[in-house]
Write a protein that binds this ligand. Structure first.
Ligand SMILES: [Cu+2]
Length: 68
């Protein structure tokens, strides 16, 4: 991913634990509901290089985006 270019991430939730019903991108002030079995696109515009975390609302499932 490159700074200044829009990104679209597709999430597909494949289980039903309530923990994972939402993904939160705190750095972007954005979140999305993830119904089981549906593909949900999240669009972001990373303005600066760096690492941006995302997680479930409780911070148990985690991932990160690396922006160059
Ligand atoms: Cu959780």
């Amino acid at each position: 991913m490159r700074a200044g270019k829009p990104v679209r991430l597709n999430f597909r939730r494949e289980e039903t634990a309530s923990c994972s019903d939402r993904v939160v991108f705190a750095d972007f002030d954005k979140s999305a509901e993830l119904p089981t079995g549906e593909t949900v696109a999240v669009e972001l515009l990373p303005k600066a290089p760096g690492e941006y975390g995302f997680s479930c609302p409780m911070g148990m499932f985690r991932g990160r985006l690396i922006v160059e």
